[in-house]
Design a protein around this ligand. Structure first.
Ligand code: ATP
Ligand code: MG
Length: 214
């Protein structure tokens, strides 16, 4: 089995996230993608952060009718800050050894990976699927990998993948860019403007009912 792990604050989850997950699932032929809302993201300020339980519930509502997207509460149940290395180790433990794990991440976030706890170990435990983000292309990734991770990466253009003799592969994928962000959604809600068609209707109904981001 091929599993994708897609972490984020999902504050709130929107069609940018969901469409990205769907295209990655299709393009890289994954069996399942697990969306993992973080509890206490060490790199985000907590201002404007909806309670973890609500962010989890909104993801649950968003993916309810998909048979290949799932949600996990591991980071929320776990005490302390949400470190990706611990999440990857968790899934490595529960999935059979022969399964492949792919860590899905936007290029903007990937370029900050050297600030993460035990980030080098992550490259030994799972593959990466790096999503293009506006303003960041494949050359930024190549440059970053060779300078900050290891000079031994080589790019296979046919597979759109960086291979390494010891570390697991890094796939680069250009998904349909939907210029939607949670930040923009939160500020629209604060201003009393419409957020219809930026996120699933069930999520909109939930956050309105709960009075989130007002
Ligand atoms: P915020 O505006 O609060 O930072 P966000 O919209 O960037 O929120 P996150 O929860 O921070 O959402 O993102 C989780 C993951 O999804 C990250 O890896 C990010 O790069 C990716 N992502 C976010 N928005 C999009 C989008 N529109 N298209 C593709 N990937 C996205
Ligand atoms: Mg973001």
């Amino acid at each position: 089995m091929r599993y994708g792990l897609f972490g984020g604050t999902f504050n709130p989850v929107h069609f940018g996230h969901l469409r990205a997950a769907e295209e990655v699932w299709e393009t890289l032929k994954l069996d399942r993608i697990i969306l993992i809302p973080s509890a206490n993201p060490p790199h985000k300020d907590m201002h404007d952060m909806a309670p973890a339980r609500d962010r989890l519930e909104m993801v649950r509502l968003a993916i309810r009718r998909s048979d290949h997207l799932e949600v996990s509460d591991v980071e929320i149940v776990r005490k302390g800050p949400s470190y990706s290395i611990e999440t990857v180790r968790h899934f490595r433990r529960i999935y059979p050894e022969e399964s492949s794990i792919f860590f899905i991440i936007g290029l903007d976030a990937f370029l900050e990976i050297t600030t993460w706890k035990s980030y080098r170990d992550i490259f030994l435990l799972c593959h990466f699927i790096v999503l293009a983000r506006p303003g960041f292309g494949q050359y930024n990734l190549e440059d970053f990998l060779c300078k900050s991770i290891s000079p031994e990466y080589t790019f296979d253009a046919k597979k759109s993948c960086f291979f390494h003799p010891e570390l697991l592969s890094i796939f680069y994928t250009e998904i349909t860019q939907l210029d939607i962000s949670s930040t923009d959604i939160r500020s629209r809600i604060k201003e009393g403007r419409s957020v219809r068609f930026l996120l699933p209707r069930e999520v909109e109904d939930y956050l309105m009912e709960k009075g989130l981001y007002r």
